[in-house]
Design a protein around this ligand. Structure first.
Ligand SMILES: *Cc1c(COP(=O)(O)O)cnc(C)c1O
Length: 235
């Protein structure tokens, strides 16, 4: 496990950007990883974990309940999985439809803290990508802040797969700009969820407050699962 190396990268990147290292939360993306890997990261000091599949994440959260971990749902969310997510997760980064948010709002236990949510934006304009188009962000954000038991915290993006850091920087800058527009419009947002293993420095330079890192902490994922085309078989 390379948790310390990733924390060092974050410290260096925040320092370079003239930012407080504490202003960036490391989300350890543990999708496809066994519970033992999560526990090992916990023992190394990590508290926030990201999962892409509702059932897999719910099972890990249940298995490790009591450790005080924070669970973030970051994958595409289907209507028939919202109840699991509302029950087992603390955050959802991948909201791009009002209908899904309405279900989460209705299903979140009123005695628990509200679900912290981010609106996912399709900043690269790829047809196949999830995320709302930039021009639709403001309207959806306005609708989301009206829903009870949800707390809209900010924006999230997954740019196209490229090693071109200039292009990525441009995408992250776009997300930051949309975020600033919403804040200028009176929404109390504090979260920019952007940056992964290969581009976290670029994202931090553009103001990321949460970086979502899997491979650089836990190593390569098994090939069949890393492209999102097949779900892990876990029940
Ligand atoms: C898998 C995943 C990550 C982590 O990607 P790495 O390249 O392994 O760091 C981050 N965000 C989302 C939405 C993911 O699905």
């Amino acid at each position: 496990m390379n948790l310390q190396a990733v924390l060092a990268r974050i410290a260096f990147a925040t320092n370079t950007a003239g930012r407080d290292p504490q202003s960036v939360l490391l989300l350890a993306v543990s999708k496809t990883r066994p519970v033992e890997d999560v526990r090992a990261a916990f023992e190394a000091g990590q508290r926030a974990f990201g999962e892409n599949y509702a059932r897999e994440g719910a099972e890990k959260a249940a298995a490790l309940a009591g450790l005080g971990l924070e669970w973030h749902f970051i994958g595409p969310l289907q209507a028939n999985k919202t109840r699991l997510v509302a029950e087992f997760f603390d955050w959802v980064h991948s909201i791009d439809r009002l209908k899904i948010a309405e279900r989460l709002s209705a299903q979140r236990d009123a005695h628990r803290p509200p679900l912290q949510i981010c609106l996912q934006v399709n900043v690269s304009g790829e047809r196949s990508k999830s995320g709302v188009a930039p021009q639709d962000v403001a309207a959806l954000a306005r609708a989301l802040v009206r829903l009870p038991r949800l707390n809209l915290r900010g924006l999230m993006c997954i740019p196209e797969a490229t090693d071109d850091q200039a292009c990525l920087r441009h995408r992250f800058a776009r997300l930051r700009q949309l975020h600033e527009e919403l804040r200028a419009d009176g929404l109390a947002l504090d979260t920019l969820s952007m940056g992964m293993s290969h581009d976290l420095e670029t994202a931090i330079a553009e103001g990321a407050s949460i970086v979502r890192v899997g491979t650089a902490i836990f190593g390569e994922r098994p090939a069949a699962r890393s492209n999102g085309s097949s779900k892990p078989v876990i029940l």
